[in-house]
Ligand binder design. Structure first.
Ligand code: C2E
Ligand code: MG
Ligand code: MG
Length: 741
């Protein structure tokens, strides 16, 4: 073909490359010698050159028609202007061919042809074919111009053929050399990219042998290149994963898939598994056989994040137990399986008893510690297939799928309660956790997770109402309880409007003088036409719903008014003690409310005592101290109620501006029979006295208890032995009697 085909490289660029690649003068001589090109050929070409010159144009015309008939070549020659230019160049080319002057320019020109064709990717067979056409078209013309010397036709044509062969040789050699150089360069680039890639790369044969691996892959897997070369892909795979991979790779090799990609765990040399994303696509190996190229990414980090996210989404952060979402999943699975197996599923709903006290008195960190410890105890006690979940707060659920028998739920429940109830040390104190457990069973108490949970919760609530630290199975009527609560809240609201509350007073007697020196105001609810309701049954709901704010202020005002009324009635002034709830104590309106009640009633500040519980104080000792300071400065007396039932620290007790300690009834009840209680009461009295505090014994019911208190120098006693809490007029009567007696 021609030396001037359009090329992607510039002409100057190709010219330079051609000069670099073309054979030198010695080699040109050698080639010509091998073609047996001698002086006589030279002379013959010279002869032809002159005679053929006028013939060249039609020769080239015919030559081009031939090329044009071939669609692939026509596409290259399409442009007409280009076509003309080419024909012109061809004319020059062919005329130099017959000129027989094989100098450097000539050789370079031929090398350029090969190079240009290599660059545009035109295969050599077109080139050889074109030469054939050229010679064939020329042959009759050679014969014609040598009509008079027929004996010269063959040698002249032979010379022409030698020259054509020389041209062809230079062009093809350059073509091949250029092709190889390009290949080498691209192989070089590939090798560099392969070696330095930030992902693992490998070439494998069709049987999964590692033919070539890059540095990164060796690093991911921990093997050297040589070690990998002796292994196959299957050696790195878990047996379970092998089959799937082999199928995928066969599909790629068979051409059914362009690539096969998946996340897998490969076994590292040191035995651990590494998460990778491996992608395989087909690639010929060096010897031309079909193989694979693998791209192996290390995705350990991403997997770890994924797992952490999964963990976060499904687990309770504090304890690591399953959360509600995961529990519901497991419940759905368990109930589904139970339908097939016919075995019961049990849901055990745990709620810790008195957990609020731990949180309030020892702080939330301590509370968290308890939750973590108990979560661990539950997890260690159940079996592998069981689920322990935390629903938040102090609520835990244990799911027991596929029980052999429904009775097992109670056995396991009791066992778990016993484990939870083991004492533990917390901030140097021994505490004994306890819980209430409600149990629901599928299919009896519900066929789906949410209703099983709801019913176990209802049963737990019943267990709690029965005093806690026990286990209760669900029974249908239990769902009434949430309804009760709603009703109770509504009636409480009305009760305040309708004046259904009363305050009863219980006297406090000075042990040494036997005089009533104080009274405790105790709230009562008297719904019309129904039995009197005691505070334990409605104060918690009032507290929960916020109603306690109004109710508490009402009691405060009522008590102050009553104190002033008794004094006005000519009775000796007594101090009135009012209980404050946690919420009331936290309220910012407290100090103002107290001042208001005092001012409105005319009750002197030192005749009002406010009773606080330990847990309320310990919840936030700093804030409590500040509020107490304000109240104390007003002259109001402060006492700690139910002392001994909470977890208050003595160190703090010293800091609070308090006047009195009330020993919890629980320690008085079994005195003098119970030696422990007697010892505790004795110690509390001594302690209080050492801190210059007044001590009140609550719940004194017997003469023996009174005697005990007298011997220990307890200051005041309060209890049924003297009087139950009574309406104001009855208390006035008691006061009058004592005045006289
Ligand atoms: P508390 O402050 O410890 O009150 C003493 C409780 O012990 C009263 O129960 C009283 O009736 C009872 N009690 C007194 N002497 C004896 C006795 O010898 N034997 C026995 N078994 N019990 C005795 P009550 O009136 O049922 O009050 C229970 C709790 O309700 C009170 O305990 C107090 O914490 C709370 N409470 C009562 N009134 C109010 C109030 O106005 N506001 C707030 N926030 N809480 C109140
Ligand atoms: Mg009290
Ligand atoms: Mg008390």
């Amino acid at each position: 073909m021609t030396p001037t085909h359009p090329s992607r490289a510039s002409g100057a660029d190709i010219e330079l490359a051609a000069r670099r690649m073309m054979p030198g003068p010695d080699e040109v001589q050698q080639r010509l010698a091998f073609l047996e090109f001698g002086p006589e050929d030279h002379a013959l070409l010279h002869l032809l050159h002159e005679r053929l010159a006028p013939q060249l144009e039609p020769v080239i015309g015919e030559f081009y028609r031939h090329l044009h008939a071939e669609p692939e070549l026509r596409a290259l020659l399409a442009d007409e202007r280009q076509f003309d230019k080419l024909q012109h160049a061809q004319l020059h080319y062919f005329s130099t061919l017959t000129a027989g002057r094989v100098d450097a320019d000539y050789v370079c020109d031929r090398a350029r042809v090969g190079l240009a064709h290599q660059r545009i990717g035109l295969a050599p067979h077109w080139y050889i074919g074109a030469y054939r056409k050229y010679l064939a078209t020329l042959l009759p013309r050679v014969a014609a111009v040598l009509e008079e010397q027929p004996e010269l036709v063959a040698p002249a044509f032979g010379a022409l053929a030698k020259m054509a062969c020389f041209d062809l040789g230079v062009a093809l050699d350059t073509y091949i050399a250029s092709d190889r150089a390009e290949l080498n360069a691209s192989e070089e680039r590939f090798r560099a990219a392969f070696g330095q890639a930030a992902v693992g790369l490998a070439q494998l044969d069709a049987n999964g042998h590692w033919l070539r691996t890059n540095h990164k892959l060796q690093q991911i897997l921990g093997y050297s290149e040589a070690e990998l070369a002796a292994m196959t892909l299957a050696d790195l795979l878990h047996a379970e994963e092998q089959r799937g991979d082999m199928l995928g790779l066969h599909s790629v090799l068979a051409g059914r898939m362009d690539l096969y990609s998946r996340e897998a765990r490969y076994r590292h040399k040191d035995g651990h598994l590494v998460w990778v994303n491996a992608t395989f696509s087909p690639m010929r190996t060096d010897d031309g056989a079909l193989g694979l190229i693998a791209v192996v990414e290390d995705i350990a980090r991403r997997k770890q994040y994924e797992q952490e996210l999964m963990m976060l989404a499904n687990h309770d952060v504090l304890t690591g137990l399953a959360n509600r979402g995961l529990l519901l999943d497991r419940l759905a699975q368990a109930t589904h399986q139970a339908r097939r197996s016919g075995r019961p599923v049990a849901v055990l709903f745990f709620d810790l008893d008195r957990f609020k006290y731990i949180n309030d008195s020892l702080g939330h960190d301590a509370g968290d510690q308890v939750l973590v410890e108990l979560a661990g105890r539950l997890s260690r006690t159940v079996r592998g297939g069981d689920t322990v979940a935390r629903l938040g707060g102090d609520e835990f659920v244990v799911l027991l799928p596929e029980l052999a028998h429904a009775d097992d739920a109670a056995l396991i429940g009791h066992k778990l309660l016993a484990v939870l109830g083991q004492p533990m040390m917390l901030l140097g104190q021994e505490i004994t956790p306890a819980a209430s457990v409600g149990i629901s069973l599928a299919p009896k108490d519900g066929s789906d997770g949410p209703s099983l949970l709801k019913n176990a919760d209802a049963a737990m609530y019943r267990a709690k109402r029965q005093g806690g630290s026990r286990l209760q199975f669900y029974a249908q009527e239990m769902n009434a309880r949430s309804l009760d609560l709603l009703k109770l809240e509504a009636s409480l609201r009305h009760a305040l409007e309708r004046d259904e509350f009363l305050v009863h007073y219980q006297p406090q007697i000075a042990v040494d003088t036997n005089q009533i020196v104080g009274v405790e105001a105790l709230l009562r609810w008297q719904p019309p036409g129904r039995a009197m309701v005691l505070p334990a049954d409605f104060i918690p709901v009032a507290e929960e719903t916020g109603l306690i704010g109004m109710l508490g202020q009402w009691v405060l005002e009522q008590a102050c008014r009553q104190q002033a009324a008794w004094t006005r009635a000519g009775l000796r002034p007594v101090r009135v003690a009012v209980n404050l709830s946690a919420r009331q104590f936290r309220s910012e309106q407290l100090v103002q409310g107290v001042a208001g009640a005092l001012a409105a009633s005319g009750c002197p500040a030192d005749c009002l005592e406010l009773e606080l519980t330990e847990s309320v104080l310990m919840e936030n000792p700093e804030a409590a101290t500040a509020v107490m300071q304000q109240l104390s400065e007003m002259g109001v007396q402060l006492s700690i109620d139910d002392f001994g039932s909470g977890y208050s620290s003595l160190a703090y007790l010293k800091r609070f501006p308090i006047n009195a300690l009330k020993i919890d009834r629980a320690f008085v009840r079994d005195i003098p029979a119970d030696a422990d209680d007697a010892a505790i009461a004795t110690a509390v009295i001594a302690l209080a006295h050492s801190m210059k505090l007044t001590v009140v014994a609550e719940g004194v019911e017997t003469a023996a208890q009174l005697e005990f208190m007298r011997e220990r120098r307890c200051d005041l006693v309060q209890g049924y032995y003297f009087s139950r809490p009574v309406p104001p007029d009855q208390l006035a009567a008691l006061l009058t009697r004592r005045e006289r007696g």
